[in-house]
Design a protein around this ligand. Sequence first.
Ligand code: 8X3
Length: 254
Amino acid sequence: MTAVGTPVAVVTGASSGIGAATARQLAGAGYHVFLTARREDRIAALAAELTAAGHQATARALDVTDRAAVDAFASGLDRCDVLVNNAGGALGADPVATGDPADWRRMFEVNVIGTLHTTQALLPALTAGDGGTVVVLTSTAGHATYEGGAGYVAAKHAERVLAETLRLEIVGTPVRVIEIAPGMVKTEEFATTRFRGDTEKAAKIYAGVAEPLTADDVADTITWAVTRPPHVNVDLLVVRPRAQASNTKVHRTP
Ligand code: 8X3
């Protein structure tokens, strides 16, 4: 149960990286945070840690690609004030000519359809209160392409369009739609997952980059955008490390 008057934030993909950091920061900002992810052990551990620190946090195992599970999760909430659509990721970095269609499909499923599922399921609760906020974690890959990125870039472009279109369609309701588009963020899993556990390839992404963004940097941005007064809609916030001028222009020291 959520204590009366406590706003609720749902974070998808809260088992690691940006999702976990966002759950921490929103809990610190006074939200009852519902941490969702497929890996229950991880979110349970983080929820326990946050609860022990005096925050309100609940872990709920959830695969955002499973619509029935998303609906069941949504119907169990007393309220929802903030939804952070963070679950997603990249698979592979192959050229269009040789990319695996199964990777493309999976990236669309998680990044786009997953965001669609949670947003549709929680929109009634987000609309019901004083004012709800939908955050969509896209990427700079949602705004420009790069070689070897097409599958991920296409999925992130689609996710961006979902956010933009939703904002047009629900104007006049008390719901904001915020897109946060991070560039290079060094997390424990993003690049390793993309390269299927090849840590050498993953390390090359960040090689020589003085200070890639951290999960906390992005969580800080999300928390800032969410905690603006309800009439302030941060439509789009692009955040990169100083060393990254564009998706393909990165300053590296040898
Ligand atoms: C991650 C940014 O440059 O790996 O969303 O596509 S990038």
